[in-house]
Design a binder for this molecule. Structure first.
Ligand SMILES: [Zn+2]
Length: 288
């Protein structure tokens, strides 16, 4: 997800292999094993940094690609991503209570990621490729409390201290900033609602959504208030990117980060507060 309308040092080293590395695949209707690569590439836009572009013609309604989540909350059977053992065997009551009282959701994803790193399921730098949110002044004292609680919790276990060296304030704030800017709220449109909702309500849930997840390729899509693509979930956290209209080869694919039915002022305000940019899409230029 793009944060700023200017170029950034983070965008220059995006490796091509990142797609396959992060489990994005093109889902064709047939089930043969050699699925073609997704018809998209990550490149640079003129004014919005990194973006996703079509490599061939895409028709209205086409499934452009799917993407498995890198990180989810809550961890659900249906997501295909279970809790790692460290997370299930530790006592998280203080941390969870702190998040619940403060209405925090992102620290739960950071905690999950830390557990994945300690378990060897992920590398501490796996999310570095994503664009971080810019913290406003005064937010640091908020996350420092969670950070201390998290470190305290890990140090109270028999986990080898050598496995915790990545757990610095810099790492924590960097991951939090990336999760904040790139998290998707999963809202299922069909399938196993009851399963997911039961699991969500049994866990920490500060919102009425089914869950939250962080993806790699979907995070590279820029925003447009009149998007040509959208992201949806059917029965689990596998994200599906679909075309809303015909797209020419080379055209940038954009999704809408917010509720597109809001008026111009409301959209501008929400995008600035939530993502830190002023939208300059065609619709916004006409103040529609
Ligand atoms: Zn706009």
């Amino acid at each position: 997800m793009m944060m700023m309308k200017s170029s950034s040092r983070f965008w220059v080293w995006l490796p091509r292999y990142s797609f396959s590395r992060y489990q994005c695949d093109y889902a064709s209707s047939s089930s043969h094993s050699e699925a073609p690569p997704p018809p998209v590439r990550v490149g640079f836009t003129e004014d919005a940094g990194r973006g996703v572009f079509a490599t061939r013609e895409i028709r209205t309604g086409d499934l452009i690609h799917t993407a498995d989540p890198f990180l989810t909350h809550p961890s659900l059977e249906a997501l295909g991503k279970g809790f790692c053992e460290i997370e299930t065997t530790m006592d998280w009551s203080l941390y969870h209570e702190h998040c619940r009282v403060k209405g925090l959701k992102y620290p739960l994803l950071v905690k999950r990621f830390a557990c994945m790193v300690i378990s060897g399921m992920a590398s501490a730098d796996n999310l570095d490729i994503l664009q971080p949110a810019i913290f406003s002044h005064g937010m640091s004292s908020t996350w420092e409390e969670e950070f201390e609680l998290l470190v305290h919790n890990f140090k109270n276990t028999d986990i080898h201290p050598g496995l915790l060296t990545f757990l610095t304030k810099e790492w924590y704030s960097g991951i939090l900033a990336r999760i904040r800017a790139n998290v998707f709220r999963i809202e299922l449109i069909g399938g196993y609602h009851t399963d997911l909702l039961a699991a969500a309500s049994a866990s920490i849930s500060v919102e009425t959504t089914v869950g939250s997840a962080v993806y790699m390729l979907p995070s590279m899509y820029n925003h447009d208030c009149d998007p040509n693509a959208h992201i949806l979930w059917i029965e689990n956290a596998k994200a599906r990117l679909k075309a809303l209209r015909n797209i020419e080869p080379g055209e940038e694919l954009r999704i809408c980060y917010i509720d597109a039915s809001m008026d111009y002022e409301a959209r501008q305000s929400l995008l600035y507060q939530g993502f830190g940019f002023r939208c300059q899409c065609l619709r916004c230029k006409y103040k529609d």
